[in-house]
Design a binder for this molecule. Structure first.
Ligand SMILES: *Cc1c(COP(=O)(O)O)cnc(C)c1O
Length: 359
């Protein structure tokens, strides 16, 4: 059986069906139905946040965040080391992404390089808690305040991560999340915005439903409303969040022991309560990474090159140079990590990597 980098968590079918039966009884399929409301309340409670909006995906969440903060032109400072949706959401809002290089230790935006990238056109900083590791949130907010910039955190990987005792989704003017099927907690497709100010939150609420309530049209909007069936999957998965994180921690601990000294790992961050969303490893060279991939493919195991290429190299952006991100991107990979991945397979994967890297 092929082993991929991830596999969606599936709740017991009975529990999903229980929610679906209710949808069939009510006949209400979408437009902020009762299951969407119930899931919003539960997730906001779990995260300890207010002004929480459950939307159709993590990309539209980023676009809504920019729109709700009136960022429709100018420059947005961002990281090249992330999934393409971070950059594409900026471009889709007709803004220019300005890439600032990353920290070699945990792959988040290098805060010491942000200020020199600020110009009179800069409107916001969109940083990413990549793999669930925390950006330097305090420094970023401090720089933003000094230069009157908005802060958006793409926290697509950070669901369940806490930093200094608070959910990482509670930082910034807006934090966004993704509940895509490949993410730690999923609702098949889905995403969220967590908004600091009530007034911005009210605006975003309107923008996510075409900009109107009943027959009164207030502003330009889009459709980011989530369906009851997606909320049903979220509600069925919700009771398992802690089990999911615990099972992933077990696998990460095994990799840590088995691969100690073989590959480079992100640096431990003080104050971080990690969610074990990914298991990134940095090889000594791209050549070594490719040899490891050949050996793993031969035993039907498929890790992924996350994130590659460095997004400043996208063919449709004028991205400049980000040497650290380009270097890390060329030799980093995420190993298989999901609930149900058994100990034997983790051992086999680790032994294979060890054999290749020791040569
Ligand atoms: C998955 C992801 C997104 C996009 O989320 P979708 O729900 O797939 O649209 C955005 N940013 C990052 C960092 C992601 O990993």
């Amino acid at each position: 059986m092929s082993i991929y980098v991830t596999k969606s968590f599936m709740p017991p079918l009975k529990e999903y069906n229980k929610y679906v039966a209710g949808i069939f009884e009510r006949g209400m399929l979408t437009n902020q139905g009762p299951l969407v409301e119930e899931l919003q309340t539960k997730l906001a409670g779990y995260l300890g946040v207010e002004n929480f909006h459950y939307v159709t995906n993590g990309t539209i969440a980023l676009q809504l965040a920019l729109a709700a903060l009136d960022i429709n032109e100018g420059e947005v400072i961002t990281t090249p080391f992330t999934y393409v949706a971070t950059t594409s959401s900026i471009l889709w809002q007709r803004c220019k992404p300005v890439f600032v290089d990353i920290e070699p230790d945990n792959f988040t935006i290098d805060v010491n390089k942000i200020e020199s990238a600020i110009t009179p056109k800069t409107r916001a900083i969109m940083a990413v808690h990549v793999f669930g590791y925390a950006c330097d949130v305090d420094k970023i907010e401090q720089i933003a305040k000094k230069h009157n910039l908005r802060v958006i955190f793409d926290a697509a990987h950070a669901f369940g991560t806490k930093y200094n005792g608070r959910s990482l989704l509670s930082y910034g003017d807006i934090s966004t999340c993704s509940f895509h099927a490949t993410k730690l907690f999923h609702t098949v497709e889905g995403g969220a915005c967590v908004v600091r100010d009530k007034s911005v939150s009210d605006k975003l609420d309107l923008q996510k439903r075409f900009g109107h309530y009943y027959d009164t049209h207030y502003m330009l909007g889009i459709n980011a409303k989530q369906s009851e069936f997606h909320a049903a999957m979220g509600l069925a998965n919700f009771p398992y969040i802690n089990d999911i994180i615990a099972a992933r921690k077990h696998i990460c601990d095994m990799y840590d022991n088995l691969l100690n000294g073989i590959v480079k790992r992100p640096k431990h961050q003080d104050g971080l309560e990690y969610n074990y969303a990914y298991y990134p490893v940095v090889f000594n060279s791209e050549e070594e990474l490719l040899r490891v991939f050949d050996a793993l493919h031969a035993i039907d195991v498929y890790p992924r090159r996350y994130f590659w290429p460095s997004l400043n190299k996208l063919p449709y952006v004028d991205g400049g140079l980000c040497p650290v991100s380009e270097d890390i991107s060329s030799r980093i990979a995420c190993l298989p990590l999901y609930v149900g991945l058994d100990d034997e397979t983790v051992k086999t994967i680790s032994e294979t990597i060890k054999m290749v890297c020791k040569k």
